[in-house]
Design a protein around this ligand. Sequence first.
Ligand SMILES: [Zn+2]
Length: 288
Amino acid sequence: MKIHRIETGRVRIKENQIKRTKGILPPMITVLFGKKWAEWVPIYAWVIDHEEGIIVVDTGETYKTSVKGYLPAWHPYYALAVEFDVKPEDEIGPQLQRMGIDPTTDVSKVIMTHMHTDHAGGLHHFPNSEIIIEKNEYYSAKGIQGLMAGYLPHRWPKWLNPTLIDIPLNFYHTFNKSMPLTTDGKIMIVATPGHVANHLSVIVEDGGMYYFLAGDTSYTQENLIKEIPDGVGTNESMTTLKNIVSFSKLNPTIYLPSHDPLVPERMNNKEIVPCYEEVHFLDNLYKV
Ligand SMILES: [Zn+2]
């Protein structure tokens, strides 16, 4: 099995969105009117080369975000709190072509961590793949209600007819809702609510390592370890961050969220979430 990272351009958001700030104002207000922009960060999507077929996790963003009129200028979030830098050649389709993968014929499944535009902006490249979306996430992202919440459902491809999933109560390590994506159980879907109410993550077990394709559970590994939720999510963020930390204590985990600039370094060095080493260092100490 091989996991490839694809950077589909960059995005810039407010510091208050990356880390929730405490105070009396609702977090979304501090995001919209926050004065400080964070650094530009990458937008990652993932390609897993599995014996049952090629699986794509999230589809990244489209260059059309820089075409006037594509983003809803009337929407406070798009007007005030986000900027994109995506070129046509950064989209996932052309990048897969350059890797020798034809997105229109070679990708069996596309699974979405959630439907925000920087994850769903490349869906149009996969007209013949099975597109898998968590059921309640799909319904909350659809229509006017979805648009008001910051999704761009009117930009989804017209042919979109996803497989809607309901992640069952089924323990997988520290997660109480999970299901396998492949028959060998090496690729698992786990419920990671928080950034959005029905966010999911994908865990790939390969060679004794667990690659945690985290979507937007946190924007960085640092925020995961410090258990700092983002500025836009629900109260379930904290439980999810704790679950991921507990998982990483028990299993050597390479944490791969969609916008962490340190992801390439961690992938190259197979650098695991450090809490695993701490726990197992203590194990070894007691054995002496
Ligand atoms: Zn998101």
